[in-house]
Design a protein around this ligand. Structure first.
Ligand code: CU
Length: 312
């Protein structure tokens, strides 16, 4: 739902109808221009996050409207003309009990589902597949400890070199111009082919649909964070430590999903995207049997990243 189309709605009824869909763009993966809500949820955890958010927005909206109406009423009802002799009341025990208890109750009503959801995110269920994501400067490296025949691989952004991003006059190329340069490459080099620039990689993480995937996250150097909005996951990558999170993509939601490093980690923080290809179990088995390949060469990247790693 775009903000401009929200503005076009006149009546409250239309707004009510649109609020439930405000959270995502129907059927689209990844971010959408002008989007003000969440990306479309494809895991039970993200669905719960969206539901909680929608519910909290309604609750906060109701409180705002209530306070506003009360203030407007007071301004008119007790204005100087209508109320020349103001009340000198300074204490009212009943009112004080009410305005203490009601907010406490509201906070409790908000806290219970919030903590339930935190718990659902924090407790890692039995894994069908465990993968390890390691943050480098500046790319992600994936390994499949369950499968010895699949080498760990580095997933680099599909981009051009930074000094190619300006013309001879020093003018910055537009994103579309950069995309055109990338897509003019020969077919055996990583291209975008319709995938979003700055999110597409040369070697996506591949996982099966409708299976619990546990992600062990760590870092070789700086702090990074592994985040995929549509899965509802975001977890810090800390050198020398392993953090865990999990996701289970809903049945029928095979597709490509995108995330980004979400902890400021240095100059190319914005250029280490996360691309996850969710496939059927059959396809995944084929990918594994193939040593981590759907018959492309891009999974053969060298492991390890360094301060001087190229941006291609
Ligand atoms: Cu980063």
């Amino acid at each position: 739902m775009r903000f401009s189309s929200v503005l076009k709605f006149g009546g409250l009824t239309a707004l009510t109808a649109s609020l439930s869909t405000l959270a995502y763009a129907e059927g689209v993966n990844g971010p959408v221009d002008g989007e003000i809500g969440f990306q479309r949820a494809v895991t039970p955890v993200m669905e719960s996050i969206v539901d909680l958010n929608v519910w909290l927005v309604w609750l906060m909206g109701a409180i705002c409207v209530f306070v506003l109406v009360l203030m407007v009423y007071i301004m008119f009802r007790f204005r100087e003309k209508a109320n020349p002799v103001p009340s000198k009341t300074s204490h009212n025990t009943t009112i004080e009990i009410i305005w203490t208890l009601v907010p406490v109750l509201i906070l409790l009503v908000m806290a219970v589902p919030s903590i339930k959801l935190l718990y659902a995110q924090d407790v890692i269920p039995e894994a069908d597949l465990t993968i390890k994501a390691t943050g480098n400067t500046w790319n992600w490296e994936y390994s499949y400890p369950d499968y010895e025949n699949v080498d760990s691989f580095v997933s680099n952004i599909v981009d051009i070199e930074i000094d190619e991003k300006r013309t001879a006059d020093g003018e910055a190329l537009s994103h579309q111009e950069i995309i055109n340069i990338i897509d003019a490459r020969p077919a055996d080099e990583p291209r975008l082919d319709g995938r979003p620039y700055l999110l597409a990689t040369d070697a996506p993480l591949v996982v099966p649909v409708n299976k619990t995937v546990v992600v062990q996250v760590t870092s070789n150097n700086n702090l990074h964070a592994f985040a995929v909005p549509q899965f509802g996951i975001k977890i810090d990558a800390i050198p020398g430590r392993i953090n865990q999170t999990y996701f289970k993509v809903n049945a029928g939601e095979e597709g490509t999903y995108y995330g980004q490093c979400s902890e400021l980690c240095g100059i190319k923080h914005a250029f280490m995207p996360i691309e996850v290809q969710v496939v059927s179990q059959v396809e995944f088995d084929r990918w594994i049997a193939n040593g981590g390949s759907f018959d492309t060469d891009f999974s053969q990247n060298e492991t390890g990243g360094s301060q001087t790693a190229g941006m291609k």
